[in-house]
Write a protein that binds this ligand. Structure first.
Ligand code: SAM
Length: 265
């Protein structure tokens, strides 16, 4: 059953209207829904309802809430993926996959060695396109939020938001080349629920010395294993590791605790 987001909090006593033009087109023309069909709505407060289509107009679709669905598809930590601007198709692939893997938000930065440069008037158009890709990936992967994306014209600009995060990890290829293999894993194990994590990745050409020096005081420079990954692969590796450590390993430990508790009784 197709899923859509409504930017309001859920309220069982209320009816709601879908007014997003792309959603209306998708519901009526692509999925050919009619009155009485059911769709899933994810609300701003992360509450999810199975809903029934009541009326279909050109500008809006009225729905009524049928049954709340209990689902939590978000990572237990909020991971922001800050990456150097890379070639368009590769970056679009990155944000789509990273959304599926649970990224909470994106910062795209024109770094010293970014091959691609964006003129100011192109930035807004690109952000709209990227946000649309993220929204579709969030709907498809049953996310409870739509990650947002911002553009920064250089790495200095993220400096004033640094204190917002509980952990800042910079994935540094040169650390990997030096054989650093433990810091990422050690830091992952320290994460607590709702911690805000900033992961920083370089563009195709990697980080400049100036960029590494800029963040030296505030970030852990970590290796992500012995292979040098593409700029669009490295964030996915990191997100997968965080999911494994916090969602699968966490679940296994919880089952083991439950089992030992049951045996001890
Ligand atoms: N041009 C760089 C070189 O040849 O050394 C490679 C840059 S890599 C294509 C792009 C980004 O991915 C890097 O800046 C880094 O953030 C990340 N990355 C790739 N492989 C990594 C690894 N094994 N450890 C840590 N970071 C890695």
């Amino acid at each position: 059953m197709q899923r859509y987001f409504i930017d309001q909090n859920a309220d069982e006593s209320q009816r709601f209207f879908i007014t997003n033009k792309e959603d209306i087109h998708h519901i009526t023309n692509v999925m050919r829904n009619t009155i009485g069909n059911q769709i899933i709505i994810t609300f701003k407060d992360k509450i999810v309802f199975k809903s029934e289509i009541i009326t279909i107009e050109n500008e809006s679709i009225e729905i009524k809430l049928i049954e709340q669905i209990d689902i939590n598809s978000e990572l237990p930590v909020q991971v922001t993926i800050c990456s150097g601007l890379i070639k368009a198709d590769k970056y679009e692939w990155l944000i789509q996959k990273a959304t599926e893997l649970g990224a909470d938000s994106f910062i795209v930065v024109e770094m010293d060695r970014s091959v691609v440069k964006l003129t100011p008037n192109k930035v807004q158009k690109k952000l709209e396109r990227w946000q649309k890709i993220i929204k579709e990936a969030a709907e498809q992967s049953y996310r409870l939020i739509i990650p947002n994306i911002i553009f920064k014209s250089n790495l200095n600009e993220i400096y004033d938001t640094i204190n917002h995060y509980d952990y800042i990890l910079l994935a540094y290829e040169d650390e990997a080349k030096r054989g650093e293999v433990s810091l990422f894993k050690e830091t992952l194990k320290k994460f607590k629920t709702n911690d805000r994590i900033l992961l920083i990745f370089g563009p195709e050409g990697g980080f400049s010395e100036k960029e590494i020096t800029l963040l030296n005081e505030t970030s852990f420079n970590v290796g992500l294993g012995p292979r040098i990954l593409r700029a669009e692969t490295a964030p996915l590796y990191a997100l997968s590791a965080i999911s494994y450590e916090n969602e699968l390993m966490g679940w296994i430990l919880c089952q083991q605790l439950r089992f030992t508790h049951w045996v001890a009784k």
